[in-house]
Design a binder for this molecule. Sequence first.
Ligand code: CTP
Length: 461
Amino acid sequence: MRREPGRLEGRLIAVGVTGSIAAYKAPELVRLLQAEGADVVALLSPSATRFVAPLTLEALTRHPAESDVLALLPDGRIGHIVVAETADAVVVAPATAHWLGAMASGLAGDVVTATCLATTAPVVAAPAMDGEMYAHPATTANVRRLREDFGYRIVAPETGALASGRSGVGRLAALPTIVDAVVAAVGDGPVRAPDAPARPPEAIMPREADLTGRHLVITAGGTSEAIDPVRSITNRSTGKMGIAVAQAALDRGARVTLVVANVRVPLPEGVRAAVVPAESAGRMRAALLEALTDQPGQAGFDALVMAAAVSDFRPARPAETKLARADSLTLELEPTPDILAEVSRIARGMDADGRETRRPLEPRPVLVGFAAETGSLARAPEKLERKGLDLLVANDVGAADSGFGTDTNRVTVYRADGRPESWPLLTKREVADRLLDLVAGLLDARDAAAHTGLLTQESRT
Ligand code: CTP
């Protein structure tokens, strides 16, 4: 069933939570805003964290929940400033008497006040407190200042039972009323920051250890092919994507062998990562062919993720000594072997001409390629087929936010067993995790099929 577009479709709404008992309603407010199509990010004052766990809001919003005004995001940006600059509205619910006072005085001691001070977006505040506190002239004056001097929309509290056991005005307004106030505050102007990279990053939600007991071989970086002892032909790959896959696989419990060409980013932490240097296409081929079989006929790994940018050509005759300056130089290049295609043929028991000459390796390894294209991805399906892959991750390396050296990637994933999936612009880590979701699924399906095959054989005998 198709969902009707919500009233906050594509908007980023910041939910500021301060330390009132009504903070327990914040997760429900987040869900209602999301039901209207909003992307939501949460901000918590220190006392709010005692009523509602940042992890709860992080899991719901899929963004880091900001609770420390001095903390930086993992990418080095200042979290509350990113929120201030990209949110279409900030809604503070519940807003305590203390927060109203701090805000009215412009005291930026917590992320909620700091964000409100730093933003030009509309702010909605929904006070919640004890009846006497709400009636106090200090609170009344603060609310008036927020409304009249700052232009904030105040969603007045309701009358009802309060935390003290008494009844009075001070109960947080009904959540749909707060959502309506946010919709009215946002209006129908353009979305402030439509692109995900400008917005707060995605929270890395811990995936299950669903790759425990699996051995993944991952290649990363650009190969370089010697012209002479000091010069080489290489490419602009930095290794970020492959290393993100390796780190994600380690975090999910896999045993990882990382085959690295030239990388310009730190290698993943974690002692379990065995690192095999393989500078050139020739070395990478040798390393992978060695890893490919364990006992004869047995696969040496469960999956190969070939994120390395392998040179397609290399100097046919690298010079043994440094080439001297001359008027001109002509290099003869020869093609490098297609490593992935060769690994795939061996895994499927085929010879160089594609004839089945042996039994396929057991268990069949899952093979993943990457295709760096410029402009069109039209050749990707043919590459998947020609190389005999399970998955091919294609991206346009010509785009500014996707490709060599960037922290983000926009990819289309082609599958041997289904339709291609185009993913939005994501961090390389999120691309890695989504890719490993597919790899884990393929490995589970492979094992289930083998198990069913065994059962069928048993029932026949
Ligand atoms: N690859 C490989 N060996 C090579 C070249 C590429 O194993 N000699 C792998 C890459 O690591 C990548 C996949 O094949 O995972 C696709 O690489 P790409 O360069 O896009 O494919 P090519 O077959 O080289 O096609 P072309 O250069 O024509 O685009």
